[in-house]
Design a protein around this ligand. Sequence first.
Ligand code: MN
Length: 721
Amino acid sequence: MMRQYELVETVKKYDPSADEQAINRAYVFSMQAHGAQKRASGDPYFSHPVEVAGILTRYRLDGASIVTALLHDTVEDTHATLPEIEKLFGAEIAKLVDGVTKLSQLEITGSESRQAENFRKLLLAMSEDLRVLLVKLADRLHNMRTLDHIADREKRKRIASETLEIYSPLAERIGMRELQDELEDLAFGHINPDARTSIMKRLEFLRTAGQSLVPRIIESLSGTLKDAGLKANVSGREKSPYSIWRKMQRKDVEFEQLSDIIAFRIQLGTIEDCYRALGAIHSAWRVSPGRFKDYISLPKPNGYRSIHTAVIGPDGHRIEIQIRTSEMHNLAENGLAAHWSYKQKAANGKGEADTPQYRWLRELLDIMEQAEGPDEFLEHTKLEMFRDQVFCFTPRGDLIALPHGATPVDFAYAVHSEVGDRCTGVKVNGRMVPLQTGLVNGDQVEVLTSKTQKPSPDWLRFVATGKARARIRRFIRIQHRHEYLELGRGILDKAFRQEHRRLTKKAIARAVETFQVQDEDDLFIRIGEGRLSGPEIVNKLFPARADDSEPGKARNPAARGKKGNGAASTETGISIRGLIPGMAVHYARCCHPLPGERIVGIVTTGKGVTVHTVDCDTLQRFNSMPSHWLDLSWDVEGTAEESHIARIKVFLTNEPGTLGDLSTIIGKNGGNITNLRFANRSIDFFEIHLDVQVDDVRHLTEIIAALRASPIITSVDRARG
Ligand code: MN
């Protein structure tokens, strides 16, 4: 633990103007407030805020942040109060401490929606002052470093997954690469120790095999740059186990050569030198196509700048190279914290409000306002945070950054909600293209609109951004509401007429009161949705008639949805939102949809609804029949108890024991093999189709990734069709 004078000296070294007195007072105040409290490790509690302050000095944060770090747990965990802190340390510090305290109160998460609500508060709290987030991230980092000491395994896992789902993406988005890597690696070790160990083993192997290689390549690159008259610092950086794991989960990548684990990095003095270095390298070695990215002229939304390229380098090895200035390097590792270091602030004088990191935050808040409920919001943000970006231009040359996989519809919504709602067609680089075309970097997109156009449910199949999904869903909701309302009114009118009665204002008012619904519209909508039936209302309002009518005709309990939110149950008892109550539901056998995956329903007469995954090929047959489409989503609450069958295709080496290993890996990851079929058998490999019982798509992804990490397995894929 850092001593009081060490802390003060460290801060003074990079920020001579820091308030030394305040740091000293905060140190003593925190020590006294925490008193004899102990951490799970047995250390005095007070060591924690000091370590957090220590982490922040690494980023050269200002005095106020250091003081906040020292005080960050006092209001939450001790008798100290906010007014007291304001009196002793001033309004700025009190506000920062309050922000961090609010964030800490969010950590006990229950359901997904609780988590989403917390996340919303987190965004709001940090949008006030981003130093709150910096202190919070340092706090989380220290807690992750000491997570081993917590005895409860479930609690450790929960904290670790929260770190991966919320804190590491936040660190990424504000560009704090180094901190993000450490958070992820620590969390990974708690969540999936087996996967981490197998990746570490393989890393170790590749490292030993390539030991002499790395220095040789560095030397060779340095030589080439020196010959070109450039002063450069060349280094090799190993990718983190977690980033390798994520890449393996995301796409079919083998992880077998050094280029998969090491990226070479060239740091130079100026931007001009960067491009000269690029020229020198491209003329010395053959370029490996498809990997070139210029984030210097088009920075990532989090502010990241670098040139990425890949060449067939010295000795014929394919290598990845990142070229950047030292200043860009500092920003790439420390991100927003680099803006906050005292020097930057003094030098450019402008606040942090102009940084790309801040702009991202504002966009998130925007989405939040569009989303229906916290679940929907969380779904978007998680999706958006994990995706790579593409950059496109409006005809006027404005830059629009979109997640990877975005379509012209996403582009239209990113320009303006109205433009999205009214989009009829689109020209990409001057040519008309279908609305579901995937956009690529540099596309110039011109959206054609019409005042009479409305968002189509079909768009939900292919849009990639939260903003577009939120707007389209909202539109569908409003439209459905209108349709159900008219339908309900018709049904009730008919039910009255069958009993030779007139549907008067008075009768409606009585029904509203009897069935305790909000108002007239609400009553009709409930009838339209099948949650109330026409005869049911007539019988309740005019009880005398009830005896005359057949019981089966009078009531139709099966037509009523189980839940008030319109969720209904399928044949297997799983809840899906957006279904028509009472209609039969089947899972498509072509794509085996899993909870967590994006799904759509196809309505066929006499058969009910068939649930497909959005990327299922079968759907193409229904492209021209928009009225058959149903916008569905899994009801996240309460789906846990059911398992689903997923089909995967595995290629594995034909050696004794491999089949046993295969089932061990699946079993260890909680999957249950229910069927196994040899599709192909040769001297050196098997192709096997497996049906595996899993909880949801995430569970399946984990199993697939675990299989990919194993040396006996050549490839693993989801079997479709
Ligand atoms: Mn803390």
